[in-house]
Write a protein that binds this ligand. Structure first.
Ligand SMILES: Nc1ncnc2c1ncn2[C@@H]1O[C@H](COP(=O)(O)OP(=O)(O)O)[C@@H](O)[C@H]1O
Ligand SMILES: [Mg+2]
Length: 247
């Protein structure tokens, strides 16, 4: 194989592939024929107004919702029939919208819960790796606090850190900057970029904050449950921004 062929092959390696997904809540048809793919090591951003189905798509990828048709392939393995915990252990880390920190549990124990998603589960006496605190120094000073006592921005950092404890190869983030003050938004953005640079993992990001959207390699725009535009974020036009982001 020539180097060019090798590079082309690596460039087309997909971490996640979603094809022809149709998802319903009861009788309401929410996702319509959704196709989406995430190349290895890339950040892909899903944009769209409130209520179009972004969270529904992420929950379906995580196995929290069932699709009526379609296939989800993670690293060449079909995962549509797997439970959420199996998908997590295969290497998909999830930070849900609203963060879902356990409020009456310490920051340390919230983090350690993330170990359950490791390929072989939690072993018992594992520690929190230093890299977590290098990414989110504020967490180190708050280990004994209750999760619910942290600010919104700190809880978001905790939620991302908890997902990283499972050593994911794909990190799925649902509106990580929602309701968070601008200085912390930049911290979270920079942490996500450092995670990608340091580990080479792929990221699927749902985001409204334009500056963060621009950090992604590729975008998909959703309207009424269908993908209606996609491309490189370098080509993100004013028209697309106005149509699909709440700026
Ligand atoms: N649990 C549910 N039961 C019924 N309909 C729902 C439920 N959750 C969301 N929906 C509907 O599905 C659509 C898509 O919602 P969602 O995926 O949360 O959108 P987004 O994340 O893009 O804001 C909306 O019309 C919403 O009202
Ligand atoms: Mg949502």
């Amino acid at each position: 194989m020539t180097q060019a062929e090798f590079q082309q092959q690596t460039a087309t390696n997909l971490m996640l592939q979603v094809a022809n997904l149709n998802v319903y809540y009861g009788e309401s048809h929410i996702l319509r024929n959704v196709d989406l793919s995430i190349p290895q090591g890339q950040m892909v951003c899903l944009i769209g107004r409130n209520g179009v189905g972004k969270t529904t798509l992420l929950k379906t990828i995580m196995g929290l919702l069932k699709s009526r048709t379609g296939e989800i392939v993670f690293k060449d393995k079909p995962i549509s029939k797997l439970t959420p915990d199996k998908r997590a252990r295969l290497g998909i880390g999830y930070v849900p919208q609203g963060r879902e920190i356990i409020p009456r549990v310490s920051v340390q124990d919230n983090l350690l819960l993330g170990l359950e998603a490791q390929p072989k589960g939690r072993k018992g006496n594992e520690l929190i790796p230093d890299e977590i605190f290098e990414l989110f120094p504020v967490l180190k000073t708050m280990l004994t606090r209750m999760g619910g006592d942290l600010s919104g921005g700190q809880q978001q950092q905790l939620a991302i850190a908890r997902a990283l404890m499972g050593k994911p190869q794909l990190l799925v983030l649902d509106e990580p900057t929602e309701g968070i003050q601008p200085s912390i938004i930049l911290e979270i953005e920079s942490a996500v970029k450092r995670i990608i640079a340091a580990t080479g993992i792929s990221v699927l990001l749902v985001e409204q904050h334009l500056h963060f959207v621009r950090q992604a390699d590729k975008y998909y725009a959703m309207q009424k449950g269908g993908i209606v535009a996609s491309g490189s974020t370098e080509e993100l036009s004013q028209e697309i921004i106005q149509q699909f982001l709440a700026v």
